[in-house]
Design a protein around this ligand. Structure first.
Ligand code: ATP
Ligand code: MG
Length: 495
């Protein structure tokens, strides 16, 4: 079928494994086109996340053409397994042309209807930039909704009437904002108006689908822009309603921005540094308890937010549970928020206070807590740049996490010495420290056999002789331990 008045072509680089599938379908007498995100990404030199093929063949006909396929959904999508080692090319989704059918609930189509016509399939797609079809074997390009123009203008435009399209499936509104954040595109005016008009429909969308889009927004390079737009267009209150409570909530004098903007900037800092998802999410929510805890202090003539980290941690737990985030994510983010006010002045903090914080937030999250502190500072708009002091604190964290040099490292202990015949008392400590000195000189000697042998001969020594080598061992241990700490501080450049 000829879908264009004049045939247009393009030369896009498509992996051989993908091209091959299209050729197999075409050789059997069907049509086959790449479509959706992969064509969009190829045209803007972005690496496609996955590959989708659309065809006039039925699911059964598609299955008949390939050795290994699976078909276990109601959308007609057949997974074709390729021989490629690349996980992104391993399974290619081949879907028959579909036609838009009636929607109820602003969610899923009531039934899936197949079509023999590519035109129908492109019409049901969400945005013009996602509705371009491409045949890599002929170079034929079918762009009935002017997706290329929108790619060039860098705008997200709904296919057809935006009001109708968002009323059919409310998730598309969040997809628009997510795509804009990922691609650094704007949302076209009528499309944006369609979002404003349908925002409340998002309440009908499942929390899991909202969570997945929110996750991709946070992992994009521009989450701040995306959340601002979501707020402006009226859909933020269906995604993270408690965030809006921070709008217009002024803070104390250390801050330039209200609570909402502070959270945005802190989250953007985490994205700019390419920090993990948990840090971005914690940065976005860390002060969510501030609006509820704000109190004016006449004495200091300033606002205070006592206990906002406790209230905020509780609120974050409810918010993230409601969005069905996995338990590990919730636990990590809630604990980062709970402890984000930790005291970090390296001049006055003690090693045991540092140990307590590590204990509270967990060894595996302490680096994230420090990252969150950096985001928090940057997000004030008046960051006191203190890289030296944070490095010093990090060095203390390493020191607290380190296993100190001690007789505990030995493959022998006091109990064993007693079963070998030594009596309880100071001699045991001296023997162990003398053994430790040997092991520090030559770690190869740290075996039960060697140490037991050596201990047996030491046990024959007089108490004076033992005291001498034992005390020497203790001194050596302290020196080595100090040297280890010194090395660690050098690593952080804080010496
Ligand atoms: P990416 O793969 O980078 O997430 P994508 O645009 O390919 O982006 P997918 O979720 O893989 O997104 O969807 C593939 C295609 O299916 C889209 O490009 C679009 O044409 C169509 N599509 C996906 N979701 C919808 C929807 N809710 N409404 C209409 N069309 C959709
Ligand atoms: Mg895709």
């Amino acid at each position: 079928m000829n879908y264009n008045t004049g045939m247009e072509t393009a030369q896009l680089t498509v992996p051989p494994a993908i091209k091959q599938i299209g050729e197999t379908i075409k050789n059997a007498g069907f049509e086959s086109y790449l479509v959706g995100g992969c064509v969009r990404d190829l045209m803007i030199s972005r690496e496609p996340k996955d590959w989708d093929i659309t065809t006039n063949a039925t699911p059964e006909e598609i299955q008949g053409l390939f050795v290994e396929t699976f078909y276990e959904n109601t959308y007609g999508t057949v997974g074709v397994v390729t021989e490629s080692e690349d996980p992104r090319l391993k399974v290619v989704e081949v879907t028959p042309y579909r036609i838009e059918s009636a929607y109820t609930n602003a969610r899923h189509p009531d039934e899936v209807r197949f079509s023999k016509n590519l035109t129908d399939d492109l019409k049901r797609r969400d945005f013009t930039i996602n509705a371009i079809a491409y045949d890599p074997s002929s170079g034929e390009l079918i762009d009935l909704h002017h997706g290329r123009e929108d790619l060039a203008r860098r705008v997200i435009t709904a296919v057809g009437d935006p009001h109708e399209r968002f009323a059919e499936d409310a998730l598309r509104m969040l997809r628009a904002i997510r795509l804009a954040a990922e691609l650094d595109f704007a949302i076209e005016t009528q499309t944006a108006a369609g979002i404003v008009g349908n925002a409340s429909q998002l309440a009908k969308i499942s929390k899991e689908r909202i969570r997945d889009e929110l996750t991709r927004i946070l992992m994009s390079p521009r989450p701040m822009q995306a959340i601002y737009i979501a707020q402006k267009l009226g859909i933020l209150k269906y995604v993270l309603p408690r965030l809006e409570d921070g709008i217009g909530i002024d803070q104390n004098q250390a801050h330039s921005y209200d609570v909402f903007e502070h959270l945005m900037r802190a989250m953007q800092c985490a994205a700019d540094k390419n920090w993990p998802f948990e840090v971005r999410l914690a940065a976005l929510l860390h002060d969510v308890g501030k609006p509820a805890t704000r109190v004016w202090s006449e004495e200091r003539k300033d606002w205070s937010f006592h206990g906002h980290e406790v209230v905020g941690a509780r609120m974050a737990k409810d918010i993230l549970r409601d969005l069905k985030f996995p338990k590990e994510t919730i636990d990590a983010v809630v604990s980062l928020i709970r402890w984000h006010m930790f005291f970090s002045d390296p001049d006055t903090v003690t090693l045991s206070a540092v140990r307590r914080i590590i204990n509270n937030v967990g060894k595996e999250h302490i680096k994230e807590l420090l990252d969150l502190r950096i985001c928090d500072r940057v997000g004030t708009g008046r960051p006191k740049e203190q890289p030296f002091r944070l490095r010093k604190y990090m060095s203390m964290v390493d020191e607290a996490l380190r296993d100190p040099i001690s007789v505990g490292m030995l493959k022998i202990d006091g109990t064993r010495l007693m079963t070998l015949g030594e009596k309880p008392g100071p001699r045991i400590g001296w023997i162990l420290h003398a053994l430790l000195e040997e092991v520090l000189d030559d770690p190869q000697k740290n075996t039960p056999e060697y140490l037991e042998n050596k201990a047996s001969s030491m046990m024959k020594m007089t108490t004076d002789e033992l005291r001498e080598i034992g005390e020497a061992g203790k001194e050596r241990k302290s020196e080595e331990d100090e040297a280890a700490v010194k090395k660690l501080r050098e690593k952080h450049h804080v010496n």
